[in-house]
Write a protein of this length. Structure first.
Length: 706
């Protein structure tokens, strides 16, 4: 749904302002008086406002010590000053009535710093906040007086989203942003985005990540302040090169790899100003530097409001809502779902800054493409619930090994340990890697998990691969090419076959191959034919369009390789620094394995002398670290899955105690399948967690006013 845009233009006129509302021809105009506060600060307010009373109320807003009267009075003050004379006419416009919503696009000269300091998103019409209007979906946006060269457009592939944090995610002040990362990880499973996570970044690290990853969206979580001549964020404190970063430095880092379509700043006061110095909001500076869309925080947002706002906004984007409408739904969710919303203004803190030539109907996500990739991933058994947690450092290595739209440079990755690997999430990790690679346009072939008999001969491995190739073609509707491995030579075997015939022929030929004598397999010849067949399929996938393309690379994912007794040495003997391929056409192999159970000794002997050589990577599979586990388990609990409800930490929670209690799960990812929810029930009884149903609260509100 595209919300009709009503531009509200504010311009100085002596000590006051003239407000021009473009809801009629000619625009409706009225004067907005200026109120002089103690200390010389000037801000808009209706005539007759008491300066001392307003100043006291603003102090409580800055300190987050408001009550219900403050929230209502402040919202009414803004509404009366800016919008009241024109609001009846806006509601009566036919396009607003038809859309059941409206975008109030505020714009003023950049020099009018007094206007930047107000939380216009909190306007209250005397009956209810506009964000929770019972008949209209009301969006408030802030138009920055600049035109960008590249406006956002709907991507035909999963959006590359960089999730960067300027401090550890376990930092108490960073926690609302950390919860945002968990929500993105939950929603990425639908194919909405292809993420990369970088933690404790400095400005240089952020620039490097943007240059390497070339993100479409950047979400930056950091400490923020509106100070000096510019707003600042703190990046990489305590690290070499870390410290406060101003608007110019941040813009340079974010645009090192080109300009992202949108940036989300989970940084306190990144959308506000320093009232003493009149510094421009950091968000406005980024838009002025050519970034079309910036979401920023005008104050210190609480975790619950951040969760509710983010959850609904991202869900709406995933379903194809324009950005403006999605942000309005996010704010409404934060308002109606937060019990303290009558006493606090957290729901009004997120502000949407747009370049003035960004259209109100701009969409960032193609919902068809997102759902298509999610469906493909599910059918290929790569997409599993609940949200994947932990392993951020290792997944960053995988991201670096598979750069966007380029062929990888790593041929073999072993994730293992000297001991049993059960309960450590190795299978789930392989699926997560495969899902990431699929969203980046690669061809992941997952072999396993094998509940009973794992492959014991090279012939069985080959038959597994050809069967998976047929499954990939079924789900992606890619035409299967001729196969050297299976002896299928295209039109010589069937004249102009239908796709179903090709797939049936692959399955039949794979079965017939499995009945042959395993000793007749010639390893090197098999390696050559395997490379030929896999790249023929990759070439066919490239013709299917984004995310596939010339960079599409086949990748084999081998689960619990130590159980493949009898074939491990033979299979690893075929691996080169390019995997099972060549330097020009690599076929990486990524495997989990115990180095002591089954044929694990063969894995150890192969990888030990190579783990530090180019093309090879070894990562130890261990229990999650305490901080990573505590945060990750909260991510799982935050989104309902299966028969499980959602749990979140209430405002009063002792987070140190919550994290300590979650350590009882010993950092084992397998705990999410049962023990985690037994513990969550107990923590709920203790008041450290509470059960929530955000979707139901929002649906009840929508039904009540439908």
């Amino acid at each position: 749904m595209i919300l009709p845009r009503i531009v509200i233009d504010v311009r100085p006129d002596g000590p006051d302002w003239i407000v021009s509302v473009g809801c009629a021809t000619p625009p409706l105009e009225h004067r907005m008086p200026a109120l002089e506060l103690p200390g010389g600060r000037r801000l808009p307010a209706p005539a007759g406002a008491d300066p001392a009373k307003v100043a006291s109320m603003l102090e409580r807003i800055d300190d987050n010590t408001t009550d219900a009267a403050d929230v209502r009075e402040y919202g009414c003050l803004l509404y009366e000053a800016l919008l009241a004379p024109a609001w009846p006419a806006i509601q009566m416009r036919p396009d607003v009535v038809e859309a059941r919503g409206v975008e109030l696009a505020l714009q003023w000269p950049a020099s009018e710093t007094a206007l930047h300091s107000m939380l216009w998103e909190a306007m209250y019409d005397g009956n209810h906040p506009l964000a929770g209007h019972p008949r209209l979906l009301v969006a408030v946006t802030r138009l920055v007086p600049t035109d960008v060269a590249e406006r956002p457009y709907e991507l035909q592939r999963p959006a590359r989203m960089l999730l960067a944090c300027g401090a550890p995610l376990t930092d108490a002040i960073i926690r609302p942003g950390a919860m945002f990362v968990g929500l993105v990880r939950a929603l990425e499973t639908t194919g909405m985005c292809s993420p990369r996570v970088d933690l404790h970044v400095t400005a240089q690290h952020l620039a490097d990540a943007c240059r390497e990853f070339r993100p479409d969206l950047v979400h930056l979580i950091a400490h923020g302040a509106a100070g000096g001549e510019s707003g600042v964020v703190s990046l990489g404190s305590g690290r070499p090169g870390g410290g406060d970063v101003d608007g110019a430095q941040l813009l340079a880092a974010l645009t090192d790899g080109g300009r992202p379509a949108a940036v989300i700043l989970s940084a306190c006061r990144s959308g506000s100003i320093n009232p003493r110095t009149g510094a421009l909001p950091l968000a406005a500076q980024l838009v002025g530097g050519g970034i079309p869309v910036v979401v920023a925080m005008t104050g210190d947002i609480a975790e619950t409001a951040c969760r509710l706002y983010t959850n609904k906004m991202l869900e709406a984007l995933r379903e194809g809502e324009p950005l403006v409408a999605a942000a309005a739904r996010g704010r409404r969710a934060a308002l109606i779902g937060e019990m303290s919303s009558l006493h606090r203004l957290d729901w009004a803190m997120p502000a949407l800054f747009l370049a003035r030539n960004v259209e109100p109907g701009a969409r960032l996500i193609d919902p068809e493409q997102a759902h298509r990739l999610g469906d493909i991933a599910r059918e290929l058994e790569l997409l599993m619930q609940p949200v994947f947690i932990g392993r951020n450092a290792f997944l960053s290595q995988i991201d670096a090994a598979f750069p966007p739209e380029r062929r990888p440079g790593t041929g073999l990755v072993i994730v293992g340990r000297d001991g049993p690997i059960a309960s450590l999430g190795g299978t789930r990790l392989l699926r997560e890697i495969g899902h990431r690679l699929l969203r980046r346009g690669h061809l992941p072939i997952l072999l396993g998990p094998f509940s009973q008999m794992a492959p014991t001969t090279l012939l069985q491995v080959i038959c597994q691969i050809t069967t998976k190739m047929a499954q990939f073609a079924e789900q992606t509707e890619v035409r299967l090419p001729a196969s050297r491995l299976l002896g299928l030579r295209g039109t010589t075997d069937w004249p102009m076959p239908a796709a179903e015939d090709e797939i049936e022929a692959y399955y039949t030929a794979s079965y017939e191959l499995s009945q042959r004598d395993p000793s007749a397999v010639v390893p090197d010849r098999t390696r050559s034919r395997l490379r030929s067949d896999l790249y023929a399929l990759a070439l066919a996938a490239a013709d299917a369009g984004p995310p596939f393309g010339a960079h599409t690379t086949p990748v084999l994912l081998l689960d619990e390789l130590h159980r493949w007794e009898g074939v491990v040495r033979q299979l690893l003997g075929l691996v080169r620094p390019s995997g099972l391929g060549t330097a020009r056409l690599p076929i990486p192999v990524i495997a989990t394995a115990s180095l002591s159970a089954g044929d694990g000794e063969a894995v150890r002997q192969f990888i030990s002398p190579r783990k530090n050589q180019p093309g090879y990577l070894y990562e130890e599979l261990r229990a999650l670290g305490s901080a990573e586990a505590a945060l990750g388990f909260q991510w799982v609990l935050m989104r309902p899955w299966g028969e499980h409800p959602a749990y979140v930490a209430p405002t009063s929670t002792d987070h140190a105690m919550l994290a300590k209690t979650l350590l009882r799960l010993s950092g084992q990812p397998k705990a999410v399948n049962g023990d985690l929810y037994l513990l969550a029930g107990a923590l709920s009884d203790l008041g450290l967690l509470e059960q929530v149903d955000d979707d139901k609260v929002y649906a009840d509100f929508a039904e009540r006013y439908a």
